[in-house]
Design a protein around this ligand. Sequence first.
Ligand code: APR
Length: 235
Amino acid sequence: MEMTGNIVILTGAGCSAESGIDTFRDGGGLWEQHRVEDVATPEAYERDPALVQRFYDMRRAAIQTKAPNAAHHALARLEREWDGGTVTLVTQNVDDLHDRAGSKNLIHMHGEHLSAWCTACDTRMGWTATLIEGPPCPSCGAAALRPDIVWFGEMPYRMEEIHDALRDCDIFVSIGTSGAVYPAAGFVRLAREMGAHCLELNLERSQGSAWFHETRLGPAGDIVPAWVEELVGPD
Ligand code: APR
């Protein structure tokens, strides 16, 4: 089937797994090592800010030692070379591997490790160091910097833009996500209702697999470049 039109891509932790970044729910994943309630909710931050800051300081340092993999590079290439419409990349991932691979039309709906958010003056800024020692906000001076990450119970970022892109998409592709977390897990339904062709690229079937017209199983580093090659030809 000749593919054309606007493409919306949703990625999850599985897209970064081959770069050596743990996923959340796979065997030995992050949520087996840490309780969500202890590190990924506003209540946890209220209760024990040092525990939460230490967790994200560790993650922030770790991702700076990792590199984009073939899946990240293929998606950046698709954005550069696709002339059938727009390519919008929505990621649940808080690492910067899509950015470093060259993706531009990119929405970090769950925030970013390399960003800090001042809860006193509401400024967000690039941040690569630690936060546990409570550094002053470069903008207002308050010691009120927290990780710029969307925690459970908080609203994801740029949802209006995401919904606009889903309403206009002709091809919806989900890569490396378990479909366990909403609102991202519901995007395929909206895209399908809008008439988009829906494709899932994952190591195993996700919880929302039934909503996809097509599912291809395998490591993202293999199946994503192969899919991109179908659309824009060999690299
Ligand atoms: N290639 C393709 N898919 C993979 C690979 C790989 N190399 N490795 C793992 N996967 C798949 C798994 O089969 C699983 O379906 O990636 C998915 C990872 O699922 P999760 O660990 O649940 O991660 P994700 O779906 O991104 O989590 C969603 O939950 O914890 C919150 O906010 C966090 O953004 C995150 C959200």
